[in-house]
Design a protein around this ligand. Sequence first.
Ligand code: ATP
Length: 551
Amino acid sequence: MILPEDWRPPEDITLEPNALRAVREPMANVVVTAGPGAGKTELLAERADFLLTTGACRYPRRILAISFKVDAERNIRERVRKRCGEQLAARFDSFTFHAFAKQIIDNYRVLFTGNDALDPDYTVDRSDRVPHRQITFDDLVPLAIDILQKSPFVRNAIRQTYSHVFLDEFQDTTSNQYSLLKEVFIDSNVVLTAVGDVKQRIMSWAGALDGIMQTFSVDFAAQPLPLYQNYRSEPVLRRMQNRIVQVMDPTAAIPVAELVGTEGSVTVMPFTTSADEAVGITDQIEAWLNTGVPASEIAILVRQQPHLVCELLIDELNARGIASRNEQLRQDLTAEPAVIVILDLIRVVADDRRPAAYARLMRLVTRMSRTEEMALRNARAVSRFLEAERETFREGTASRSDSNEWKKVIVGFLRLVTKPVMCALSPEYQHGKHLNQLIKQTFDVFCRELDKDGDPIAALVRLSEDEAVRILTIHKSKGLEFEKVVVVGVESEFFWAEIDDCRAEFFVAISRAKNELILTCAQRRPRPTNAPWRWEEQRHPMKEFLNYAAE
Ligand SMILES: Nc1ncnc2c1ncn2[C@@H]1O[C@H](COP(=O)(O)OP(=O)(O)OP(=O)(O)O)[C@@H](O)[C@H]1O
């Protein structure tokens, strides 16, 4: 335990005065507002470290962090673990809003009776509801609110568990989510820290509340603390961001004199057709890769339907042997521990030079063993299984391009490691069929990739976050950052919604770049195969957005 006055951030992190106040704040709720790259997520990780290492979050109470996406939730959990070690980080619970609501439902489901009763192994589906057996994702938050309203005991139990609550990307909180927060934490001793950026509010179509930061500040008597730095982007990029901020929120713009420097670059690339664009972008990506930029530091962002918009680009990248990963295996899915296990399994069987994946599998099979002897026995059994499966592929008894053979490998492995071991990977696997659904989804996306060229290793590379250029929607890119960002199709046919919303989305896209940003547009985009919706072939550049690039 260290004294609060002795706590320091790590050497590579300098906290500006308001950030330091937010990190050390003992009693008051605060709402931190800041632009992209200001270190809002980092601040939460530092605050977790401060609260846990100084004992301001007193044992056995815990910290609850609520984020919007699984990716963001994983990001902050990892930062905290790195910062204060496994033992203290065990008292840091990081959830998405949906997962938090589901936890409440799982724990207090018995409060629903009669027609409302939910089976212990109920499932959650995108759209279909089945009485007692299945609810939808949209039901999760309202049902949790229902439980809280039925029983003050539940509210008290949560307040007893958590002394501090963090709210990341708070600008996109919807009215239901805010009601849930109020239901649990208003007028309590729990200390809340919210961080967000109103200029990055991109969920208004999904009901994100206008003016939520101010509403929170009033309802929870939260002290507003603005931050001014940007630790992510080079000066040329920051000047472009600042030009948009001058339009979106002039009071938040930084005096131009403070944004000096020539580092970084922004380039507009206009093309005649999307085919030319595919070649132009691939040339650029190839050049980046040749100078040692890791593929995982390159992102291609589009407003919608990446698999259609980037159809030609993906073909061109494939033709030049550059792995790209689009959203077939959704970001949310790759963050799932069960999915990581399945992909590791395929990796180890398909390719014998995978020590890290092999070590992860061994840790999995030994960690539930009660004695050392058992752990050794389990490890040996799995090791024998993996070797035998490799052998069947090596000898050609089984074909590496046959998805049925891979199904047998997965089934055999799961039988060996047993269900309780897999269920222990995440609290969300304890109830319902979620785990089975995830395994099936993983198998399906792997098979889709395998079908492309019959090579399991190439399929894994395309699915891996580390080894492939990422193609994602602007929405999915929220909270992430990359050295190089290409925003494809800055055209009015893609940015067709209300201009303020489009501008906020464009702002999120360009502010993901640390060092280099490329904006493309094409005059003609022939209709991609299987485009299910209206598709304009003739295109028009989004002049306002492209003009922000000009110094
Ligand atoms: N105080 C700091 N000193 C140095 N580097 C920092 C600091 N805070 C954050 N960083 C680094 O700057 C980058 C951006 O930080 P972070 O992701 O926390 O910003 P953010 O405000 O959450 O961004 P956004 O809202 O755009 O997603 C990260 O690479 C992070 O490690």
